[in-house]
Design a protein around this ligand. Structure first.
Ligand code: NAD
Length: 326
């Protein structure tokens, strides 16, 4: 670290998402961007000029002067770069998925632990403002329905849709359910690319919770929704539009101040369905996520979306892929 404790962060891979990493890191106080590296020199120059950050033609040189790096290359390169960055004593922010195989994820986790380095993985939906509201509710889901649908885009097709899109919901679900997996059923097909483009998985947990998860990258419409059903409560979260809605059954009508709508249920004992649409804070998920990373380094704390939880999401995604086949 610099004498004034400023954390020097390098960005590796400045394509579509790496561009936003540079943009948001510039807005975070207590850090400086040590430089950027991309194996496409034209892109490196473009981003270097746009944000006035130093460009490097050698990855090693950038790592040597950095305390931490953001790895935003295509997934197949995550391991090789992360491994080298650990050798050069850097903390790691790795875009999701952590790697494309579980052995590599395990090697990174072990090495980082030995070297006392932080690994945070870009499971950005955990920083989605609507999800931050959900975390404050009492969540014990019995049934979860998730839909993550995207229009076709040639980027990201180097991995099946399960590793590209579904893994966001798998990570969220694992963080909410907190139980071992009992059974998985899954289906999926290739439609446009050479790997699975649309997939569905039904995950049964030991505690009885069922998650039915669908991901597609060949949809006409974009959708990122999750519906959670639990005892006397239904919560719907729209990650795309940052909206959370809650329907709850209660014995007594609540004070109108806290509830937008009350529906009386029939029957001998009066019960009520309360509807709430809590205020969701306006915040940029990527900035929140990168701020969490820098704070984790400063406070020597495990990040919420650490390497271990990312490896669990990866293991589940790979298991789903194995069941589907190809
Ligand atoms: P992209 O293709 O737009 O950009 C990747 C960049 O990395 C390119 O500029 C490329 O030249 C560069 N690159 C490739 N190999 C390299 C190497 N070996 N060394 C240095 N640079 C290299 O891809 P993208 O959409 O920005 O995705 C990058 C990563 O971010 C992927 O892992 C993807 O899964 C992840 N991603 C995450 C989210 C999210 O929601 N968290 C969204 C999109 C992408």
């Amino acid at each position: 670290m610099k004498k004034d404790n400023t954390i020097r962060i390098g960005v590796i891979g400045v394509g579509h998402l790496g561009n936003f990493h540079v943009k948001r890191l510039r807005e975070i106080s207590g850090i400086s961007i040590s430089g950027i590296y991309d194996n496409n020199p034209i892109r490196t120059d473009e981003i270097s000029n746009q944000y006035d950050v130093k460009s490097f033609s050698s990855l090693e040189k950038l790592l040597e002067i950095s305390d931490a790096v953001s790895i935003v290359t295509p997934t197949p390169y995550h391991f090789e770069i992360a491994n080298l960055a650990l050798d050069k004593d850097c903390h790691l922010f790795i875009e999701k998925p952590i790697t494309d195989n579980i052995e590599h994820a395990g090697l990174l986790l072990n090495k980082a632990e030995k070297l006392n380095k932080i690994i945070q993985v870009g499971h950005i939906e955990r920083f989605n403002p609507a999800f931050t509201v959900l975390k404050n509710l009492h969540i014990q889901p019995l049934f979860i329905e998730a839909h993550r649908l995207a229009e076709f885009n040639p980027r990201g097709n180097d991995v099946p849709v399960i590793l590209d899109l579904m893994i966001h919901d798998l990570d969220i679900i694992l963080s909410l359910v907190g139980s071992e997996i009992k059974d998985i059923r899954a289906n999926g097909v290739k439609v446009v690319s050479s790997s699975i483009d649309i997939a569905n998985a039904r995950i049964e947990f030991e505690n009885g919770c069922i998650a039915n998860v669908t991901a597609s990258r060949i949809s006409q419409k974009i959708m990122r929704k999750m519906r959670l059903f639990q005892n006397e409560e239904y919560i719907t979260i729209d990650f795309q539009n940052g909206v959370l809605e809650e329907y709850k059954i209660c014995a007594n009508p609540p004070e109108s101040k806290v509830t937008e709508k009350v529906v009386e249920l029939g029957g001998p004992e009066k019960r009520y369905v309360l509807y709430r649409k809590p205020q969701v804070p306006k915040q940029d998920a990527l900035k929140e996520e990168l701020t969490h990373f820098t704070n984790s380094i400063t406070n020597a704390q495990k990040p919420e979306t650490d390497g271990e939880s990312a490896a669990k999401a990866l293991a589940l995604a790979l298991e789903i892929q194995k069941i589907i086949g190809n």
